[in-house]
Every structure is written in structure tokens, then in C-alpha cells.
Write a new protein. Structure first.
Length: 315
């Protein structure tokens, strides 16, 4: 049987249960985005892409099903704009700054600076480039491990992506409990509360200048979650990725991901997006998610649910 013949056999889902699930998802997503979130062009693009992946071929359908927890993460994150965290609790602007100086302050010429402020006086083009490079890696590195696990160990892919989602949910809860302004906001606006302010690329704009394209500028001006500096989930993602790479026994990948951890942590502070305390709380968020998921959740009925789900995926 040729590759083309094998591909034709897998065209379109044959099982009616898949049609029901896919149709139900499309209806619910359209209802949610139209009636609650507020429908945008990117919602249509996102749904169209998922429907194509789910309907075109058995392989693409299985691939999409396997990344369900990453898809849920994006839908939940996008939905946070419905009720911004500053509407629930007061925004902390000066408090994180003072805590940062008290714990990690650097004295220069009898003046106490945060690490962000210190790096601001020592910006170096190669560090500007590396900070941008590493800060972009928060998506492709976890996605890369996910794709590898899709081919090698789908059960671990589900565990990895579920832990990833769980860490985000912990972080989102903290966002609402403790809304906090990032360093760039305090440096630019002081203690004034401006709830309609656009997100900022901060010092990542230097990376944009080096490559001659407003990559981070375009990304962050669309960010509606300005007061979500604590914890740094950018700092959490590579830690979870590193843990599951180690668990799978991927030695060289683990080394590279560990380097990525250090790079992202440095970039978060150097770029004026996070304080060191934000990064450490991001680490704590990752470790907590891994511990709870591995020690408790996976020893519960959830493990059987994952097995049932994987059986459905391959029908």
C-alpha cells in the first residue's frame, strides 16, 4: 500500500462520535466567543484551523485531540479578558517594587536599585538579542517536547500538557488574588492606576530594533492582561518542560531546556517584564503543579480518564 493510499484511507472521520464531538465543540466555542467573550477575527481563524485539523485526516485529528490541554489553556487565557483581575482586587504597583529592592536590591553610588534598574544602566546589544531569543522560546520549546511525545509516548504527552494547564490555572488564580504591575509599568507611570493602558514590549523593543521588525511590540500591544506580573508563568513553562524531558530520559534535551530556563529567567528580569520575585514565584508555581499532579492527581481516577480519552482519540 502506497503512502497516498494510506493517506486516503484516513481522510475524514469515519466514526459518528467524532462528528458529534467536533460539532458540539464548534457550537459551544462560537456561542462562548459571540455571547460572552466578544467575537474577533482571530477567534474565527482559530476555530477554522482546529476544524480543518479535526476533519481533514485521521492523523491530524489524533494530533489535535492529543493537544487538548494546550488548546484549553489558550481558550481560558483568552477568556480572562471578560473580567480583568483589577476589577476583583486592588492592583499592587509600589509593593512588588519595594519588596524586590528589599530582597534583591543592588547598591550603586549609594542608591538602591532593583536588578531591572541595574541592567537598564548596563544594556548590551548581545544581551538584548539573547533576551529576546530566549523570551520567544516559551512557545516552541514546550510545543517541541509535545510533538516528540506525540510520536513516542502519548500518555506522557497528556500528563505533560495537563500539568502545563494546571500550572497556568494556579497562576491565573494568583493573578486575580494579587494583581500586580510589572516593572516597566512602574518605571513609566509610577503609582498611577491606568486600567486602559496598552501592554508594552518594555526593553524587548531593543530586540525588535536589532532584527528590524516590531515582533515583540506587536505581541505586547495586544496584551490585555497588563497587571499579571505575579507570578511569571514564562518562568514556569520551561521548568515543567524540563521535568518531563528528564522523566522521559531525554538527556541532551534536558540540558538544552535547562539552558533555556536560565535564559528565560534572565530575560524576564533584563527586559523589565518581571522582578526576580515574580520569577521565583513562577518556579514555585511550576514545582507545586508538578508535585500535586504527579503525587495526587495521577494517582486518582484522572489517570483512568486519560486512558479512556486516548482510546477515544484512536477510534
Amino acid at each position: 500500500m502506497t503512502i497516498i493510499e494510506k493517506f486516503k484511507i484516513g481522510l475524514f472521520p469515519a466514526d459518528r462520535h467524532h462528528f458529534i464531538v467536533i460539532g458540539l465543540f464548534a457550537v459551544l466555542y462560537l456561542a462562548w466567543t459571540n455571547l460572552v467573550v466578544g467575537f474577533r477575527a482571530d477567534h474565527f481563524s482559530f476555530l477554522l484551523f482546529l476544524l480543518c485539523m479535526l476533519l481533514v485526516h485521521q492523523w491530524t485529528r489524533t494530533f489535535t485531540y492529543s493537544f487538548i490541554f494546550f488548546i484549553l489553556f489558550w481558550i481560558i487565557y483568552d477568556s480572562m479578558r471578560i473580567y480583568p483581575n483589577y476589577m476583583l482586587n486592588d492592583v499592587r504597583i509600589i509593593e512588588p517594587y519595594e519588596i524586590e529592592k528589599a530582597i534583591f536590591g543592588i547598591t550603586i553610588d549609594n542608591k538602591l536599585l532593583t536588578p531591572n534598574e541595574y541592567f537598564n544602566t548596563h544594556n548590551i546589544p548581545i544581551l538584548d538579542f539573547l533576551s529576546g531569543f530566549f523570551y520567544l522560546s516559551w512557545v516552541p520549546v514546550p510545543l517541541g517536547l509535545g510533538i516528540y511525545l506525540f510520536f513516542k509516548d502519548k500518555k506522557m504527552l497528556m500528563q505533560f500538557s495537563a500539568t502545563y494547564l494546571f500550572a497556568n490555572l494556579l497562576g491565573f488564580c494568583i493573578y486575580y488574588i494579587y494583581p500586580a504591575a510589572p516593572p516597566w509599568y512602574f518605571a513609566k507611570y509610577g503609582t498611577v492606576e491606568l486600567f486602559n493602558v496598552q501592554g508594552s514590549a518594555a526593553h524587548l523593543v531593543r530586540f525588535d530594533q536589532l532584527i528590524g521588525y516590531p515582533l515583540f511590540t506587536n505581541m505586547y500591544t495586544r496584551n490585555s492582561n497588563v497587571f499579571a506580573a505575579v507570578p511569571s508563568l514564562h518562568a514556569a513553562y520551561p521548568v515543567i518542560t524540563w521535568y518531563y524531558a528528564r522523566k522521559k530520559g531525554l538527556q541532551w534535551a534536558s540540558i538544552l531546556i535547562f539552558i533555556d530556563i536560565i535564559g528565560i529567567w534572565f530575560a524576564a528580569v533584563y527586559s523589565f517584564h518581571h522582578y526576580v520575585i515574580d520569577v521565583l514565584l513562577g518556579l514555585l508555581c511550576a514545582v507545586t503543579a508538578i508535585y500535586i499532579f504527579e503525587k495526587w492527581i495521577m494517582k486518582s481516577r484522572f489517570s483512568d480518564i486519560l486512558n479512556d480519552y486516548l482510546n477515544f482519540v484512536h477510534k
